[in-house]
Design a protein around this ligand. Structure first.
Ligand SMILES: O=C(O)CCC(=O)C(=O)O
Ligand SMILES: [Fe+2]
Length: 641
């Protein structure tokens, strides 16, 4: 809370504050409380089972028929408008035709917020019967129920009263499931609401008078007021943001001013508020009188087994071979085969897979010395400091996460369905992924890690065979160069093939070579090596070749292309290897030309390192060693017209 009040606090101030808190013993008290709460929760299921059994054997209900589920009792139980609303809901949901909000509005249903509905549920006479049954229990039962929840102290945990729990099971599956599917399709996402926690909460001066801003451990909550609104003042329920599991859960932060400004919603005898469990809400202070509400936290194990709504992790679930009735938290003994389940498996399933306090245990593991009550001494001062740093880090990261969550929620989610939000997130991720890939690719090329080395090296293994196949047999020599002959070899293919060389050489590359000119398959014995500019190997490979080939060997650079054309073509080949994407290739070449001038240079060996390797050039330029234009203009004779 200190962090929330000092959002711009710097690290030093925070550490100072933490040290002060530590000196006051806040952490040890807090940790001790947490550990006590952890112990309570770990044994809570067993304690609850025991209380339930004892209540069942010792408590006598005032009106045992109240919770019977016959046709007649249902009719007197519900407000007729509630029956009409649920009936209408059974014919469709908000997203599909069948029921419209107008249909439902005529039965009194009101949409208080985007996903908070106010509707008549129980008849006033049934509310009064419930009140009297509950106060009979409080006055006469020799055994008390557990706490309604961790926030409220006053009220009954109805799940420990067997007849009431059986009634609530039917209420949940027959009436509330269609209502939730229809009005809150995103809350349970079509999953079966197969368990619940049901309790009453009672507010009266001197006891519980309000409730902090929180969300419920439930997919959906039905909160029915059992008290006439004239019998109390204040105590208004208000709603805020929705917790966003996709952003990592956690309570969205809210400023005290905004919290104060959230409008209270109406409560009315027998009327209920239906809202997603993750919709943040709280209760303002009771000024006078008493209020009693019945709350149903409706849960779907299919969702909770995927993501724990308390620690936002995937829970470790125990797969059971036996059938376990989640709604009654009891094993169906009639079909149990094999040994009965141990307590831990039962517990785990009961808490739907996640003991939330195990989380705290990890968080507070490193302050164990204080938990044990050992005072801070000089010897422990250093670890204490480190511990504070670790805590600061944790506070910071959780704060960041929550701020981010708030920001996103306020700006985007209110206007979007969660599917649209997901799509947008995916889109952002794809964009970032593409940019990273492009950057990596450019760096790879820029740093001379030549991708094209691989195909060049691979292809060259077959070069001798290909050359022999491409050139006229007589001129190719597989063995060494005869004493009086002039021998040439190809260091590269030309545009990917050796047969191109055949065509290029036909006019006679070296006209003076009249006697014995040969093409060798093995470059190491040749007098001259011919390199095709477009197919030039990487700088690394050239350097390597220069070291291994005889130093007297003549290296000839051959190209009929202009540097610019060469660049574009090479880029298409090297960058994209997709000739069917020439536009992208050219665009990339253009970018590269500006971003990496060295790339441009090395494609036309003039001033670069490669230039030093070549002794002759064969290009269209007139200053080449061998001038080889693409074509010539000549005056046509009359016959050639
Ligand atoms: O007091 C109320 O009406 C709200 C209680 C509540 O939010 C809860 O128990 O989860
Ligand atoms: Fe709540």
């Amino acid at each position: 809370s200190w962090l929330e009040r000092h959002p711009s606090a710097d690290r030093a101030a925070l550490q100072q504050q933490l040290r002060r808190l530590q000196a006051e013993g806040i952490f040890s008290r807090c940790a001790a409380e947490l550990l006590a709460e952890q112990t309570r929760r770990e044994s809570e299921d067993e304690a609850s089972f025991a209380r339930e059994a004892e209540i069942a054997s010792r408590h006598v209900y005032k009106n045992p028929d109240l919770f019977s589920y016959g046709e007649v009792s249902q009719r007197s139980m519900f407000d007729p408008r509630f029956v009409a609303i649920v009936e209408a809901c059974r014919h469709g949901n908000k997203a599909t035709p069948g029921v419209s909000m107008d249909d439902l509005r005529q039965y009194g249903l009101r949409q208080v917020l985007e996903d908070v509905y106010f509707l008549p549920v129980f008849s006033p006479s049934f509310c009064s019967a419930l009140r009297s049954e509950f106060s009979h229990f409080s006055d006469h039962s020799p055994v008390k129920t557990g706490r309604p929840n961790t926030m409220n102290r006053d009220g009954l945990l109805l799940d420990e009263l067997r007849p009431i729990r059986a009634w609530l099971d039917r209420l949940r599956s027959d009436w509330l499931q269609p209502l939730v599917d229809c009005l809150l399709p995103e809350a349970a996402n079509g999953a079966k609401l197969d368990s619940h926690r049901a309790f009453t909460v009672r507010y009266l001066p001197g006891r519980d008078t309000g409730l902090g801003y929180h969300y419920d451990n439930a997919e959906a909550t039905l909160n029915v007021c059992l008290t006439d609104s004239n019998s109390y003042h204040g105590n208004a329920l208000y709603f805020g943001d929705l917790v966003e599991p996709k952003l990592g859960g956690g309570c969205p932060l809210i400023s005290p001013e905004r919290l104060e400004a959230l409008p209270g919603v109406e409560q009315r005898l027998g009327w209920g508020l239906l809202h997603p469990g993750l919709r943040m809400h709280g209760v303002r202070r009771l000024l006078e009188g008493t209020r009693l509400n019945l709350i149903l936290w409706l849960r779907a194990s299919r969702l909770r087994n995927r993501l724990c709504p308390r620690c936002w992790r995937r829970p470790e679930c125990t797969r059971l071979s036996q059938r376990y009735d989640v709604s009654t938290n009891a094993l169906n003994q009639s079909i149990v085969k094999g040994p009965p389940l141990g307590t831990s498996a039962r517990q785990r399933l009961y808490t739907t897979g996640c003991v939330e306090l195990s989380n705290y245990r990890a968080v507070f593991a490193d302050i164990a010395p204080q938990v044990m009550g050992s005072p801070v001494t000089a010897a422990t001062a250093r670890p204490q400091l480190q511990l504070n740093r670790a805590m600061v880090r944790r506070f910071r990261s959780s704060l960041k996460m929550r701020l981010c969550c708030c920001f996103r929620w306020r700006n985007k989610s209110l206007l979007m369905t969660s599917a649209a939000f997901e799509r947008q997130r995916l889109c952002w991720r794809l964009c970032v992924g593409c940019v990273v890939l492009l950057l990596a690719w450019s760096l790879l090329l820029q740093n001379g890690l030549e991708l094209r080395d691989i195909p060049v090296l691979l292809r060259d293994r077959d070069a001798p065979f290909e050359i022999r196949a491409a050139l006229p047999k007589a001129s190719v020599s597989a063995s060494g160069c005869p004493a009086n002959a002039s021998c040439i070899a190809f260091a590269t293919r030309a545009f990917g093939s050796y047969s191109y060389w055949n065509g290029a050489l036909q006019p006679g590359l070296v006209p003076s070579c009249a006697s014995d000119c040969r093409v060798l398959a093995d470059p190491s014995e040749a007098h001259a090596l011919l390199f095709h500019g477009f197919d030039l190997p990487s700088r690394r490979r050239l350097r390597q070749m220069r070291q291994t080939q005889p130093s007297s060997q003549l290296w000839i650079y051959y190209s009929q292309e202009s540097p610019v054309h060469l660049l574009t073509n090479r880029c298409v080949r090297d960058c994209l290897i997709s000739p069917w994407l020439p536009f992208a290739g050219s665009a990339l070449a253009f970018v590269k030309e500006f971003a990496f001038p060295s790339y441009l240079l090395r494609n036309y060996p003039d001033t670069t390192e490669e230039a030093g390797y070549f002794n002759w050039t064969v290009t269209y330029r007139r200053d080449s060693t061998i001038y080889l234009p693409h074509s010539r203009l000549a005056r046509a004779t009359n016959n050639q017209e």
